[in-house]
Design a protein around this ligand. Sequence first.
Ligand code: BMA
Length: 294
Amino acid sequence: MELKAKRHPLNPILSPNPNHLWESRFVFNCAVAKKNGLFHMLYRAQGEDMVSRIGYAVSVDGIKFNRLEEPVFTPKSQYELYGVEDPRVTEIDGKFYMLYTAYSPYGVRISMASTKDFIQWERFGVVIPDIDNKDAALFPEKVNGRYVMFHRIEPDMYLAFSDDLIHWDDFVSIASPRKGYWDNLKIGVGAPPIKLEEGWLVLYHGVEDTKRPIYRLGFMLLDLKDPTKVVKRSEEPILEPEEDWEIFGGVPNVVFSDAIVEHNGEYYIYYGAADNFIALATVSIEDVIKWIKI
Ligand code: BMA
């Protein structure tokens, strides 16, 4: 069975805003958390200076978002000199933890901050030091007594484990690019995983090694008790660049997701299109379960 996500007809749902210098050129990879009937979005934006900052937008239907005039999270340390990128948010014990990429002359580093209201932040800084690393997302609960995080040391997807969310160890590669497939160059987690009876459902991106690399999206299913074990993986992508605004833009041929949210029997997949826009695609939960079971 081929599982395909369906684009929302109002796409793209968020575009650069020429009136705000910090987000005048590109808005793209975003985190979304649903809480008390609202969709809270944290999105990466670039303006005239090309530094990445994080903006906030809110919605009641998950489709039409209202944004703030100013970014809510901006570079604050030497590791963030070029920007704060690609937020992914997980709610743990009533707090939202954001993992993001800090980009600077030192390279790319996984960093963390937490918030209760998406405006005021507690910053933890770099949590995996001394190594180029990105594509991080936290599991929503401890597994076997420890916190678990996805991360990516090129070209593989890794897990890391922690007792306090700050110190991470036991790095283990759980999946690699596959020769002859759409994800043959490098892979990284998309959204934080969703716990199902059948296992951990993980949206991820895969890059194909072509003259102009193509970013596509697929699913993995991880073993519930031992998430280092991949039980199933999309043979075909569930979403790939097809629309003009996915093929042309800041970086061509990119669909890249940091967020999946359950809503009315569907998964809402929010994605950055061509590093230029924010778009929405949906897939029915029933179809995902069917895909898992075949
Ligand atoms: C990757 C990511 C994203 C981006 C993608 C395509 O390296 O870190 O920020 O969307 O490249 O340019």
